[in-house]
Design a protein around this ligand. Structure first.
Ligand SMILES: [Zn+2]
Length: 299
């Protein structure tokens, strides 16, 4: 019964995340008006608005205008439900579960928004970072960094209660996450003479760091950028192979701007990769896979 409850609760929250994903980048309120068909703007009836199942019953078409409704909606709802169940199985009914559920919701919203419109809205990252800091007053961040730094500086065990180090870890995570990414962006700009990433990625990492602490923030950047390099470069190679924007390159070549293949490389290499999406996947990996991997390793 409990996993089922987590799943049903998760798909309902996923339904709200869909609203955030589609409305926040456009600056529309997430509360009113209620759900509408994105094409004919007809309000969706409550019985058609049931997460996942509503879309399946309607076979992905609006009841009023018959035009297709994006499968993104049921996919996000199902994914959120699945992550909620996974969190229950890994962390039980604990405060830690609550914290990871909040973080997953923020990450799903950012990851999908970045993938769709290449934006990481401040309306998500700023409240998210604040929430991460506040939660550190209540829920332990398992990170030895703050304690080790104290010991190195004063050569004795800390006299303060654990909560001080928790909050310190959260602040250190926020600073390390954002500064590392900001440094990488500055270095990239220096070498390539153009912007490699937006400040949205820096703010997103500040949020992730506030939740995970410095060690988790560092791991997230490591996994995220590695994943981004592998998947991103493969994606760019695929775009080139399948003739993405070939016509544009051919037109430019006719005007004498260079050979078609050189121009196509130049266009394809400008393709903007959603770094926030990769960082989001990295953070989820750090939360859900690292504990099990460590467990396996220690055994
Ligand atoms: Zn419609």
């Amino acid at each position: 019964m409990i996993p089922l409850f987590f799943f049903l609760f998760g798909i309902c929250i996923g339904s709200f995340l869909n609203v955030c994903i589609t409305r926040i980048p456009e600056g529309i309120s997430v509360i009113s008006p209620g759900s509408r068909c994105p094409r004919c703007e007809m309000p969706i009836k409550p019985y058609d608005n049931i997460p996942v199942f509503g879309w399946l019953f309607l076979r992905g078409k609006c009841r009023n205008c018959g035009l297709p409704i994006s499968p993104m909606y049921p996919i996000i709802e199902f994914l959120t439900g699945a992550i909620f169940v996974l969190t229950y199985y890994e962390f039980g009914v604990t405060f830690l579960t609550l914290k990871w559920l909040i973080l997953s919701c923020l990450i799903i919203t950012l990851t999908v928004t970045d993938l769709r419109v290449r934006l990481l809205p401040d309306a998500v990252t700023f409240p998210g970072a604040t929430l991460g800091l506040l939660l550190s007053f209540l829920i332990t961040i398992y990170d030895p960094t703050a304690g080790t730094l104290y010991y190195c500086a004063f050569h004795r065990l800390p006299p303060y209660p654990g909560v001080v180090f928790n909050v310190l870890n959260s602040v250190l995570g926020l600073l390390l996450g954002s500064l590392l990414l900001w440094g990488a962006a500055a270095a990239y700009k220096l070498v390539r003479k153009r912007e490699g990433m937006g400040f949205g990625d820096v703010k997103m990492m500040a949020m992730v760091g506030a939740f995970l602490g410095p060690r988790g923030a560092f791991l997230t950047i490591l996994v995220g950028t590695l994943l981004g390099s592998i998947v991103g470069l493969s994606w760019i190679a695929l775009l080139y192979l399948y003739g993405w924007k070939r016509k544009l390159a051919e037109r430019a070549a006719r005007r004498g701007l260079g050979s078609v293949s050189n121009l196509r490389w130049a266009i394809v290499s400008q393709y903007q990769l959603p770094l926030g999406t990769f960082l989001g996947v990295g953070a989820m990996g750090v939360v859900y896979l690292v504990p099990s991997l460590l467990d396996l390793f220690l055994r």
